[in-house]
Unconditional design. Sequence first.
Length: 88
Amino acid sequence: VAPEKPVPAEVPTDGSLEDVEVAQGEQRVAKSMADLLDAPFSQRRKLLKKLRVEWHPDKNAEDRQTIATRVFQFIQAHDEWLAFHEIS
């Protein structure tokens, strides 16, 4: 079964600051992922690695780990989608 393409969360108008930051992070990641689809394989791998490092919970301050975890999970879901379609 093919995984669905991850869709970034909408920025909530009445959500918590954390939800707003997660949605903004997911939207930024989704834009980066969309931009890389036409890039050569080596550039795609570099960008994916950069995004994984940037959003890895262990690489973020303790007060941002929950946000980083949620965005990192979005990146992983995108990774699975790219791999299934042999794009990564």
